[in-house]
Design a protein around this ligand. Structure first.
Ligand SMILES: Nc1ncnc2c1ncn2[C@@H]1O[C@H](COP(=O)(O)OP(=O)(O)O)[C@@H](O)[C@H]1O
Ligand SMILES: [Mg+2]
Length: 325
């Protein structure tokens, strides 16, 4: 029997009229990376704040390693490392001072303090930065410090809220490999993200969350493979397309084709959902030619997590992203 390290049952939380969480249930097995994947405002941070004892649910139950989070928050906090969405580091401390401060906060014994700090510094690749002041660090290095602080008491469960938000490509990769190293050490990771690629690359299991509800749960690969059909992505040159008129015209014309099941427009890209790309591609090319729409690129693929989201929520992920800027 796999050991369940996080169990949430029918969690509800309202802020005024908004149901931030509208009855979510989930289970996370020890040593796995679990992803809560959803757009801004879906309820991810609310779920994390309940798990970390910072917010009380209106209804429902949460257990971390068998400890009731609401009933015994002090014990629960010892089991959890938490790295919040926003940076919490103090600009005027050095990296080492910072880590020592957190080590004291977590009641690390003096004998263990320095060796543990060395360990986590190595784990997040911060060696060499120990004596720098936080305000002189880049955003990515600050994030690594944040991650290191969440790990100092070597908790069996670590909760990361959008760990690679706004980071550049190289730092994202560093953060990802650090998360995978945690898994190698049998740490249980609970990760909130609104990046499809992050969920795909890291998570053993994802729950897709939307408007406070879980739409579907499964391994990314199996969620994808359950969807039938192909996705054709067509990009047009943006300079040629004043106010997106070309793409709208094309979308309308393609929607009339029997082989097209649906379309989603995002900037200069049009996604076209079809039963089979072999049959659909020639017809799509014919439509673009007859409308004289210049294509920059056209690719096709099997459905990704974007399509899983669309399939189970009934609306595209990107739509939400645009709304939030
Ligand atoms: N403290 C709060 N007061 C009022 N509304 C809140 C508060 N926290 C979150 N919300 C609302 O709850 C919903 C879920 O928010 P959140 O959990 O932060 O989503 P996510 O982390 O997925 O972006 C949003 O509509 C948000 O505006
Ligand atoms: Mg959030």
């Amino acid at each position: 029997m796999p050991e369940i390290m996080i169990r949430a049952e029918k969690l509800r939380k309202k802020y005024g009229q908004i149901a931030a969480l509208d009855g979510i249930s989930l289970e996370v097995e020890r040593g796995t990376i679990f992803g809560l994947l959803g757009p801004n405002g879906a309820g991810k941070t609310t779920a994390v704040k309940i798990l970390t004892t910072l917010v009380r649910p209106d209804e429902g139950k949460v257990e971390v390693a068998g400890t009731d989070v609401v009933g015994d928050p002090v014990r629960a906090r010892r089991l959890i490392g938490y790295v919040p969405q926003e940076l919490t580091v103090d600009p005027y401390l050095t990296v080492r001072e910072h880590l020592r401060y957190y080590a004291d906060l977590y009641h690390l014994s003096p004998a263990l303090k320095d060796s543990t700090i060395r360990e986590v510094v190595a784990l997040v690749a911060l060696a060499g930065y120990e004596d720098r002041r936080v305000r002189h660090l880049s955003g990515g290095t600050k994030k690594k410090l944040d991650l290191a602080c969440g790990l100092l008491h070597r908790p069996p469960v670590i909760i990361l809220d959008e760990p690679s938000l706004g980071l550049d490509v190289q730092v994202r990769r560093d953060v990802w490999s650090y998360i995978l190293r945690l898994k190698e050490q049998r740490t249980t990771v609970f990760l909130c993200t609104n990046y499809m690629d992050e969920a795909e690359r890291l998570c053993d299991v994802v729950s897709i969350i939307d408007h406070g509800r879980i739409a579907v749960t499964g391994a990314p690969a199996s969620l994808r493979s359950q969807l039938k059909g192909d996705v054709i992505s067509l990009r047009i040159a943006s300079s040629e397309d004043a106010q997106g008129g070309n793409l709208k015209t094309l979308e309308k014309s393609l929607s009339g084709l029997a082989i097209v099941q649906g379309t989603v427009r995002d900037g200069t890209e049009l996604k076209i959902y079809v039963d089979s790309n072999e049959i659909a591609l020639p017809q799509i090319l014919q439509s673009t030619a007859s409308l004289s729409i210049p294509i920059r690129s056209i690719t096709y693929s099997r459905p990704g997590l974007d399509e899983v989201f669309l399939h189970y929520t009934g609306h595209p992920f990107a739509e939400e992203r645009e709304k939030d800027g």
